[in-house]
Write a protein that binds this ligand. Structure first.
Ligand SMILES: Cc1cc2nc3c(=O)[nH]c(=O)nc-3n(C[C@H](O)[C@H](O)[C@H](O)COP(=O)(O)OP(=O)(O)OC[C@H]3O[C@@H](n4cnc5c(N)ncnc54)[C@H](O)[C@@H]3O)c2cc1C
Length: 286
């Protein structure tokens, strides 16, 4: 972008991470003409990629979930018409612990049997994972149906009951007990299982079982039981794909060169029609 270039836009999004690019693509869908300003020399933020010696590396996030029922990326695709390139990975994760490989199968029954094989306590493990999976399904569903989740006030709680099964409100009690409390209740809080769960929670909740409420920890520890994907060419491709919704200059990538050109520093604006072109400034900040 030239310093004296005037940008024609009606909205400004700061940051070309997945969040900013999601907002910008939704604005464009609604007929706005956003410009995205990014401080770094490539877009993507924590969902970006870089190449070295012909190999692509992720600079932050590596795997994607969110395309199953009630999950947000499926919704984003439906709302914007963007198809995020992806390949499913199943199993989504293998954990190497105490000389053993623990396979996080997507299939729920297969995973519970794997947990029992490794950690014993068959009845407790089954109770723990069945509850975690049930709550995770609820968290995804309620997040999709209720703009304010978790509820911030009484009105949000009422809306939660109205938009879901009214009895679902009772599940909010799990926001007030920790993952560890539930492990204790199920009789599975052994040292090995606690280490395993703590490590799983560090990936998603950045905290450990004694700190994380079970309501959200449940979604964190079960993410491998939903469809997991990688993006061929790296997660930057996902962000660039959203950029194509914004207009010319976005979504280009120097093939094989490792050079990212989201907007190539150009920020363009289009007309104010639905799906209007607008720029995704990829280089330098304003
Ligand atoms: C190591 C790591 C691994 C992860 N693994 C996964 C995973 O496997 N799966 C998963 O789903 N999630 C994962 N995550 C989380 C995921 O990457 C982030 O939640 C997501 O990318 C955040 O997107 P964002 O747009 O909210 O923020 P960010 O990605 O932080 O984007 C913010 C952008 O704003 C820019 N910016 C900030 N201030 C300004 C300014 N003043 N002017 C202009 N630009 C500005 C920044 O440069 C940045 O590009 C991981 C995160 C990390 C760090």
């Amino acid at each position: 972008m030239q310093n004296n270039e005037i940008i024609d836009c009606d909205s400004i999004v700061i940051g070309a991470g997945m969040g900013g690019m999601t907002v910008a693509s939704l604005l464009a869908r609604d007929g706005w003409n956003p410009v995205v300003l990014e401080a770094a020399h490539v877009p993507g933020g924590c969902s970006s990629s870089f190449t070295r010696k012909g190999y692509t590396f992720e600079s932050g996030a590596t795997t994607l979930i969110g395309f199953d029922e009630n999950q947000p990326l499926a919704r984003l695709e439906a709302m914007t018409g963007v198809k995020i390139p992806r390949v499913e990975i199943d199993p989504g994760m293998s954990v190497h612990m105490n000389g053993e490989s623990i396979i996080r199968y997507k299939d729920r029954e297969k995973w519970i049997n794997e947990a029992i094989r490794v950690f014993g306590h068959a009845e407790g493990q089954r109770r723990f994972w069945s509850l975690a999976l049930k709550l995770a399904d609820f968290v995804w569903k309620a997040s999709a149906r209720n703009p304010s989740f978790p509820p911030q006030n009484i009105s949000d709680v009422v809306q939660l009951g109205l938009r879901n099964n009214p009895l679902d409100v009772l599940k909010l009690r799990y926001a007030f007990v920790s993952v560890y409390d539930v492990m204790m209740k199920c009789g599975v809080a052994t040292p090995d299982f606690t280490v395993f769960i703590d490590e799983q929670l560090m990936i998603t909740a950045q905290s450990t079982s004694k700190e994380v409420p079970f309501l959200f920890g449940a979604a964190g520890i079960t993410y491998t039981n939903y469809s997991n994907y990688y993006v061929p060419g790296g997660l930057l491709e996902m962000v660039m794909k959203l950029g194509t919704k914004l207009g010319a200059g976005s979504g280009e990538r120097g093939a094989g060169s490792g050079e990212q050109k989201a907007g190539s520093g150009e920020r363009r604006a289009g007309s104010r029609k639905r799906g209007a072109e607008s720029g995704c400034g990829g280089e330098g900040s304003s």
